[in-house]
Design a protein around this ligand. Structure first.
Ligand SMILES: Cc1ncc(COP(=O)(O)O)c(C=O)c1O
Length: 432
């Protein structure tokens, strides 16, 4: 799939970093893992110099485009004056004000450096606020690498047990067995199961954490009323509702899923699109809850207000606020989704589309998916066959069918046309 320089770099990298990558998700296999040289706008070039239309967008952060001039200029301007002081500056206060202005559910924020840190801090705050330990999460959602929520992110359906009494599956060796005491898992969109668990354990649950859609499992949408049910029941039992907007924040609407679904969670987590690729992350929410930070509740980090991240966030949010950027992405993404849907229809391949135009997925061989257990019945072999053919032709979605296609402001109508032409051709090829 890739050229000789790519394969050589993989071999060299494997000598010095496990799997030859610095995040397990980037490993696609021996000889079939991409190694990147550079990016600009909607394109990336691998180390063999081959150009691709990029639909991975670094797993979501790139909302404007790679090497986006206005963002990079602001970062370069700011870093002339130092990048880290372990003191607070005006720019980060401005970015906090911008996040609060754009996010309906956020009264106060604290910065972090990654989505993992944001959800870890939010969980700590929720536990401190409620004086409870248990976290309820949904199968197929991913909230980062810490032990508190790296459960049931991905496992064969059989390992999850019966829907009525799901078995939490650790996402890694090395997670202490005792952590299982503190986690309850459920299939996404399981209204009845959720009500039942809340009846039994609601008073012991510190937080219910969910992605608004399953951004780490084919962008499966919440069914109508599901997020509202979470809001209602968490309120009833005094649990904190944490909405993990690491993928949806500053992407599906300026005010994220809070705005899109008119939902009012207690805490929200951000990263990814906040900084167009610079390391910016944040968590925030209701003043009453956030105010306990610093009063017996620890939160901090040397790099939380790193200047490249904060400057990247300032420039990105300024652009989102001043131009109809997400609307433009939505229009192009809709055209891509519609075009792909037509191609699968014309070739009699059932395809269940999910997500939003700026971050969508299609699951092949099925008509609808509402949770990861159902998604596992989709034809992932066919999906992969198409991805590999698309990559040969210069279109790059992720290798893993769980990962949505991400669009950015730099994707042009010509990029969409090119992608549709390639898919029309390769879908026909695999049908023969
Ligand atoms: C919804 C969600 N939460 C948290 C994270 C963790 O973010 P990070 O990789 O920045 O630690 C991710 C990463 O993909 C995510 O998609």
């Amino acid at each position: 799939m890739f050229g000789s320089k790519t394969r050589a770099l993989q071999q060299r990298a494997q000598n010095v970093v496990p799997l030859g990558v610095n995040s397990n998700f980037r490993f696609w296999g021996d000889g079939i893992t991409p190694y990147v040289e550079k990016g600009k706008g909607s394109y990336l070039w691998d180390v063999d110099g081959k150009k691709y239309i990029d639909y991975r967008m670094a797993f979501g952060p790139i909302i404007l485009g790679h090497a986006f001039d206005e963002v990079d200029q602001k970062v370069m301007e700011e870093i002339q004056n130092g990048v880290l002081f372990a003191m607070t500056g005006e720019l980060e206060v401005q970015v906090a004000e911008m996040i609060i202005e754009m996010s309906p559910a956020v009264d106060m924020v604290r910065f972090a450096c990654s989505g993992t840190e944001s959800t870890m801090h939010a969980i700590r705050v929720a536990r401190a606020y409620t004086g409870r330990d248990i976290i309820l999460k949904f199968e197929g959602n991913y909230h980062g690498m810490h032990d508190h929520a790296l459960w049931s992110t991905y496992a064969p359906s059989e390992a999850y047990g019966n829907r009525r009494s799901p078995i939490p599956v650790p996402g890694s060796s090395g997670i202490p067995k005792s952590m299982r005491e503190f986690i309850i898992t459920l299939p996404f969109n399981d209204f009845e199961g959720f009500e039942r668990v809340m009846r039994s354990y609601g008073e012991q649950i510190a937080a219910v954490i969910t992605e608004p859609c399953q951004g780490n499992c084919a962008a499966i949408n919440p069914q109508e009323g599901f997020l509202e049910l979470i809001r209602k029941k968490t309120e009833e039992y005094g649990c904190v509702f944490i909405l993990d907007e690491v993928k949806t924040g500053f992407r599906i609407a300026n005010g994220g899923a809070q705005e899109y679904y008119r939902i009012n969670p207690d805490l929200v987590t951000y990263a990814k699109a906040l900084g167009n690729g610079y390391p910016a992350a944040a968590f925030g929410g209701k003043r009453e809850i956030m105010s306990i930070i610093g009063h017996g509740v620890a939160q901090g980090g040397t790099y939380t207000n790193n200047k490249p991240g904060i400057a990247g966030a300032y420039a990105t949010l300024s652009l989102l606020k001043s131009k109809p950027i997400l609307k433009t992405i939505e229009q192009r993404g809709q055209r891509l989704m519609d075009g792909l849907r037509d191609i699968f229809e014309e070739n009699d391949i059932p395809a269940a589309f999910s997500g939003y135009p700026s971050m969508f997925s299609f699951s092949l061989g099925v008509d609808a998916v509402t949770c990861q257990r159902e998604w596992q019945r989709s034809d992932r072999e066919l999906y992969l066959k198409l991805v590999e053919k698309a990559i040969e032709k210069g279109i790059m979605p992720d290798h893993d069918a769980r990962e949505p296609w991400f669009l950015c402001y730099s994707h042009s109508d010509a990029d969409i046309d090119e992608t549709l032409n390639v898919y029309a051709e390769i879908v026909k090829e695999v049908k023969q």
